[in-house]
Design a protein around this ligand. Structure first.
Ligand SMILES: *[C@@H]1O[C@H](CO)[C@@H](O)[C@H](O)[C@H]1NC(C)=O
Ligand SMILES: *[C@@H]1O[C@H](CO)[C@@H](O)[C@H](O)[C@H]1NC(C)=O
Ligand SMILES: *[C@@H]1O[C@H](CO)[C@@H](O)[C@H](O)[C@H]1NC(C)=O
Ligand SMILES: *[C@@H]1O[C@H](CO)[C@@H](O)[C@H](O)[C@H]1NC(C)=O
Ligand SMILES: [Ca+2]
Length: 136
């Protein structure tokens, strides 16, 4: 028999979903220090990398959706993709431009920008891509 607390635990685990979760941040290069491209609170990293606001929760952003498609694995294809269609690959934005990073190892460089928020945010293309992004 499945206890009520087990059910609650499972639901909570599903609720934490994509990349707001410390475990998920370890699955991408520089996952704990992705820069916040928003004008307000720009000194706080965007810990919910796969989400629409920097603290995470809710539905996935474009990068979070691609992360799920890649089975939460930093594959060459996922690294080379440009999830937020701002002309920079996910690997470039996260400091792994040559897609060499292996989980647990040091990334080639520092994170450059956000792979799930099209930048510059004020450009016409980006405003359309970033419709669900919330600056907080
Ligand atoms: C961030 O997004 C989540 C999911 O939509 C929401 O629950 C949370 O309230 C948002 N945070 C803020 C500060 O708006
Ligand atoms: C993800 O896993 C599914 C099911 O095992 C598999 O069919 C699919 O090819 C995998 N995708 C990638 C990108 O590895
Ligand atoms: C954060 O900045 C965005 C974009 O300038 C603005 O729309 C939003 O209202 C700001 N949020 C807060 C809480 O100041
Ligand atoms: C900045 O973040 C802090 C801490 O999360 C929050 O209390 C504050 O309201 C935020 N300010 C803006 C302008 O979003
Ligand atoms: Ca990009």
């Amino acid at each position: 028999m499945i206890s009520q607390s087990t059910v609650v635990l499972v639901i909570c685990s599903l609720g934490s979903f994509v990349l707001g979760h410390p475990g998920f941040m370890d699955l991408i290069p520089n996952g704990h220090m992705v820069p916040n491209p928003c004008p307000n609170n720009s000194s706080y990293p965007w810990h919910g990398v796969g989400h629409n606001n920097r603290t995470g929760g809710g539905i996935a952003n474009v990068f979070g959706a691609d992360f799920l498609t890649a089975n939460m694995t930093w594959t060459k294809a996922f690294c080379m993709a440009d999830s937020d269609i701002d002309g920079k690959t996910n690997g470039f934005e996260l400091g792994d431009p040559d897609c060499k990073w292996v989980q647990g190892g040091p990334p080639a460089g520092k994170p450059f920008s956000h792979p799930g928020v099209c930048e510059p945010m004020t450009s016409k293309t980006c405003i359309a891509v970033n419709l669900n992004i919330r600056c907080i």
